[in-house]
Design a binder for this molecule. Sequence first.
Ligand code: PCA
Length: 324
Amino acid sequence: MKLTRLSLAIAASSAIFTVSTAYAENWRMATPYPEQNFHTQNIKQFAADIKEATQGKLNITVHPGGSLIKPMEIKNATRSRQIEMGEFILSGMANEHPLFALDSVPFLATSHEASWKLYQISKPALEELLDKQNLKLLYSVAWPPQGMYTTTPVSKLEDLSGMRMRAYSPQTERLAQLSGAVPTQIEATDVAQAFSTGRVNAMITSSSTGVNSAAWDFLKYYYDVQAFLPKNAVVVNKRSWSSLDEDTQKAVLAAAAKAEERGWELSKEDMVKQNQTLIDKGIELSPGSEELRQALLKIGTQMAAEWSKEAGAEGEAILNEFNQ
Ligand code: PCA
């Protein structure tokens, strides 16, 4: 076939186009939580920082709220390189390995300070575990402490008996079971619907998720028992990571360190701010009765024993260091 001058021009310009697009990497990142949530806001800033630091060489598009990949599938989608980056809640994967459940052992680490300490101690093991799964840990941020939301007042454990409790991890499921409630796995973005249709009438989560789902529309009580602080992890596929040049990798690591620091601060701020929002919106917020707290503590002790048994020597070493 004879090449016309026009087709030659098109061929030449598309060659230039190919070169310039190969220069800019466009990555997709999936996250589970809604746009307004502080983790999501932090991730958006993280992506913006990377874009700026690399002068547009690495451009990450963030898809929040499980819109691109379902929350529980984000980790595997990143692992298989369906997407390059993802955020997931570590304890959501607790069935894979006890290390993923560590931050959600009730009443082991109940403040941001204790949770940070536990994170630092367990980080090398966590990085290694994720590395084996073809994932590089970029950073991790805790949620505010987890409390109990209910549609009817609860002053003792028996009041939870038979309640339909929303769970988001094997640990919250176990906690519901041991409380005498019936657990149902529901994503954070589906909480409002699950309550309004009567599928659940209780949940364990933070004030952040309570506010993000406008809990005052469908329930009345929040017992701020501060049971544990689960963490989200931001990971990148290892092959995608290796495809970046050294300068870009450095820019990503610097942005990740900043995002981690900012995220923990945001989490502390959100706890105070959203507890107040719940009160302002008419939720009855209380620390919970002594009787309820003692009963939950007892459940926590049992779950800690179960965790230790499962986690073996590695778990014991982490707990020993934490308790020093
Ligand atoms: N919010 C998330 C996880 C922990 C939290 O505070 C949720 O409820 O799914």
